[in-house]
Write a protein that binds this ligand. Structure first.
Ligand code: G6Q
Length: 546
């Protein structure tokens, strides 16, 4: 397989990057009044404006040539058709099959998985309705008022981010809580105000072996049994979502209360499956389906739109342009919508766990920068904190600004202020403020020449900082589904262009095994002499003080 760096389009981009680094975006805007029209895409429920990137039409043509040379469309079709593109784990990658709303048959290993998905959805529907309507009773015959989802990583971040984002759509029939951390503080805080007779636990774990989740689940069992004085209560208060039925049953969960997961769905892409059960319980099954429909709309766009007008493809190519060719090392995710306060954490896992790797498909070290580290947070809060860095540090941080045209919670006078900041920030990051302007402003304010000369260099903003703006109509199950799917496909395309295995996570697997041996040492108060002196010293200090 050809090395990416030897592709004609790659080399053309490397050369073009040198030229473009001499350009300023504000000049590109002055030279071309049609820039916004050229570099924006309207999707059914959202607008993507990528005109505030350091690109020209020539750049975009070269990036599309790269996408073509990397056979993006062929790889995309392989993914949707269920080829085993997760090579290191020898698995298909079919989260898109979970939201195949046209219900097209899809054969995998001789089985029509659309049927499996549909029957899993039917089971989720029946169960979520029973819980929401008070028909699922606890051991003492009382209705369930609180659901606690126990899971971590992909079995937590997706559903929790969605639950938080769609809070306004919940009718409050049931309160949904999340426990992911093995730090006992979290589960203790969540359980303290709850009534064991009215709580349902969902143990979400694809493997049903994850230590943190198993520890939390056992603590939840103890909490329940210590109040019910009956182990049989577990059957009424625990369900599981897992691909490992045997382990879930051994844990004590009744077979009929186990919801399916499949090895062709990666954890971080699994909120569309029964991992999304807390979402369905919180919002109602119909809204869960709307979430799937929103994602399906983007799946169709991804499959049908020409590459030059294909939003996830464009986002991926711009990331490659900004990071691999122009040298950016991190990227900020900046929602201007309170509902999306967990989006950055979700995106950190989605992009960094997928593409934060440094060998190619063939196992060779990559000889180019790959994906950025992702960070960020709510835009307005960030403006009063880390935006200083975005505007004036000597690291350029490309940023995605995400906002909504209409607020989901309109409060008079707030939304215009919020969105004015969105627009003003992207403008300032692009145009900057040059020395001449700074000096003129200070002069107009009547400052002395001495003061102007001292302060002016500090007030210069070089601008030329790339941003994408995503404007959603309004946060809803449908638009949120579309937004998540947009990023999922972006990450897929990024992985193909960079020749990275996006669907494994060996770094996470390493972490899963690492602590086990040390935990034995802590439990037995015996420190292994073979540790390095730092690890030995830390463990000794801990054991001496504990
Ligand atoms: C996701 C990762 C990882 C995983 C968690 C939980 O893609 O593989 O975040 O979801 O480690 O794993 P289990 O669901 O198996 O408990």
């Amino acid at each position: 397989m050809t090395m990416r760096t030897s592709l004609a389009s790659w080399q053309a981009l490397a050369e073009h990057a040198q030229e473009m680094q001499q350009q300023h975006m504000s000049d590109l805007f002055s030279q071309d009044q049609a820039r916004f029209n050229k570099f924006s895409i309207q999707l059914p429920n959202m607008l993507l404006d990528y005109s505030k990137n350091l690109v020209t039409s020539a750049t975009m043509q070269k990036l599309i040539a790269l996408a073509n040379e990397c056979d993006i469309t062929t790889w995309r079709d392989k993914m949707f058709q269920g080829e085993r593109i997760n090579r290191t784990e020898d698995r298909a990658v079919l989260h898109t099959a979970l939201r195949n709303r046209e219900k097209m048959p899809l054969m995998l290993d001789g089985e029509n998985i659309t049927d499996s998905v549909e029957s899993a959805l039917a089971k989720m529907k029946a169960f979520s309705e029973q819980v929401r309507h008070g028909l699922w009773k606890g051991y003492s015959g009382k209705r369930i008022t609180d659901v606690v989802n126990i899971g971590v990583g992909g079995s937590n971040l997706g559903p929790q981010m969605v639950t938080e984002a769609l809070k306004q759509y919940s009718d409050g029939s049931v309160n949904v809580h999340y426990v992911s951390n093995v730090d006992g503080t979290q589960i203790a805080n969540v359980l303290r105000p709850l009534d064991p007779e009215k709580v349902l636990f969902i143990v979400s774990s694809k493997t049903f072996t994850t230590t943190e989740t198993m520890t939390n689940a056992k603590t939840a069992v103890k909490w329940l049994v210590s109040s019910s004085f009956d182990e049989k209560a577990v059957a009424k208060h625990f369900v599981a979502v897992s691909a490992n039925k045997d382990n879930a049953m051994e844990f004590g969960i009744a077979q009929e209360n186990i919801f399916d997961m499949w090895d062709w769905v990666g954890g971080r892409f699994s909120l569309w499956s029964a991992i999304g059960l807390p979402i369905a319980i919180d919002l109602g099954f119909d809204k869960f389906i709307e979430l799937l429909e929103g994602a399906h709309e983007i799946d169709q766009h991804f499959c049908q739109a020409p590459l030059a007008h294909n939003a996830p493809v464009i986002l991926a190519l711009l990331s490659v342009w900004n990071c691999t060719f122009l040298g950016a090392k991190s990227q900020a995710i900046l929602p201007y919508d309170q509902s999306l306060h967990m989006l950055c954490a979700y995106m950190q896992q989605a992009e960094m766990e997928s593409n934060g790797k440094s060998v190619t498909w063939q196992g060779n070290d990559v000889d180019y920068p790959t994906v950025p580290s992702i960070w960020g947070g709510l835009g307005i809060n960030g403006q009063h904190a880390f935006y200083q860095y975005l505007h004036q540090s000597n690291n350029v941080v490309p940023a995605d600004f995400i906002g909504s045209v209409k607020s989901v919670t309109p409060v008079k006078g707030h939304h215009q202020t919020l969105m004015s900041n969105f627009f003003a920030q992207t403008q300032a990051l692009m145009s900057g403020v040059d020395e001449q302007q700074v000096k003129a402003d200070l002069k107009a304010k009547g400052r002395t020449q001495q003061y102007i000369d001292k302060v002016a260099p500090h007030k210069v903003h070089k601008g030329n900082r790339p941003t994408n703006s995503i404007l959603m109509q309004r946060i809803s199950p449908r638009t949120l589904g579309s937004l998540i799917a947009l990023y999922e496909h972006k990450i897929f395309v990024q992985g193909i262009v960079l020749q990275i295995c996006s669907f494994d996570q060996w770094g996470v697997e390493l972490g899963k095994g690492l602590a086990n041996d040390i935990q034995k040492e802590l439990d037995e108060n015996k420190v292994n002499k073979n540790h390095d002196s730092s690890t030995r010293g830390l463990i000794h200090y801990y054991l001496n003080c504990v």
